[in-house]
Write a protein that binds this ligand. Structure first.
Ligand SMILES: [Zn+2]
Length: 314
């Protein structure tokens, strides 16, 4: 009777769930907000506590699988850099947790885990080649090529958010200029709105109201032209980069997840249009499906679970 624990670490919260050998409905799920954490404890102590609170007595856990928002070497299980958790620079998380819980541990990048989740249980079922893109505080992706997750030599492949778009000199969260994330992520959309307002452009939103993309999406829905233009600009930039991804990997599905994707057609329509405009042959889009994430908030947990079951079968 194999049991699994999947953990999804986000920028502002951690979620963990306890699963049996089958299905994606957890027996138990717990979450903590890292915004309201007791700062006397480290994020790692909270992570340990969260996992511990799910492990039942007298039942062996087959594997623990952790999805991390940052650069992870999945071969060594080392977190190289996670912007929301600066203390985890070059941190051997897999070794630490497997020593602590005496259980096999898998550590992976969140967008890669999410791609596995959507591929196995969500919008990517039945596809052999797909790309999952998450548009949120940052922009990440996971790519399935010929029925395999694309990892690369050190497991660092598919960082779509840091592809230079060149037409913009905005500084990215990584410190470089003009990356996709600096143009089309949630904070980038908000910042563009605020810059436009500072230049005298009109909107139904005030400068301070532009700090949340949810609010900008609502304003777009109510017909605010500047809010519509903000999503259009982001969608175009993402679509342009995706056209290059189509040229590289020729996927049959693009799945868009993350909080900003909930703005729906305001982001997705210009994105779709930009893909068609930039591919050099329409054969790339003839069989292509573009859809939203089906698993939503659970995509990271389900992805981590999928990897745990495939590496440590019941
Ligand atoms: Zn960057």
């Amino acid at each position: 009777m194999s049991r699994y624990i999947a953990v999804d670490i986000g920028g502002s919260r951690m979620r963990a769930a306890y699963y049996t050998a089958e299905g994606i409905v957890p027996i138990r799920i717990k979450r903590i907000s890292t915004r309201t954490l007791d700062h006397k404890k480290t994020a790692l102590t909270h992570l340990e506590g969260l996992i511990l609170s799910l492990i039942p007595q007298d039942i062996e856990i087959r594997a623990i699988s952790v999805s991390v928002p940052g650069l992870v070497n999945p071969n060594s299980g080392t977190v190289l850099n996670a912007p929301s958790y600066p203390e985890w620079r070059n941190f051997p998380m897999q070794k630490f947790l497997s020593d602590r819980f005496n259980t096999p541990v898998i550590v992976g990048n969140d967008a890669n885990m999410a791609a596995l989740g959507e591929w196995n249980y969500g919008a990517g079922r039945g596809h052999h080649n797909l790309i999952y893109v998450t548009v949120s505080t940052g922009i990440g992706s996971g790519i399935i090529v010929d029925d395999h997750l694309l990892l690369g030599e050190q497991g660092l492949a598919a960082e779509i958010g840091h592809i230079p778009v060149m037409s913009d000199v905005t500084i990215c969260s990584c410190g470089k200029k003009g990356h996709l994330e600096a143009i089309a992520s949630g904070p980038a959309i908000a910042k563009w709105m605020q810059n436009q307002l500072a230049r005298g452009k009109k909107s139904s939103l005030t400068f301070d109201q532009c700090d949340e993309t949810k609010r900008i999406a609502r304003a777009a829905d109510e017909g605010d032209p500047l809010s519509i233009a903000a999503f259009e600009r982001a969608g175009k930039a993402i679509g342009k980069v995706l056209a290059s991804i189509l040229h590289m990997f020729n996927p049959s599905a693009i799945i868009i997840g993350g909080g900003v994707s909930r703005s729906g057609p305001f982001l997705l329509e210009p994105l779709h249009k930009a893909i068609s405009e930039h591919v050099f042959h329409l054969e790339y889009v003839r069989k292509l499906t573009l859809s939203s994430s089906v698993l939503g908030d659970d995509v990271g947990l389900v992805g981590a679970l999928t990897l745990a079951r495939s590496q440590y079968p019941p």
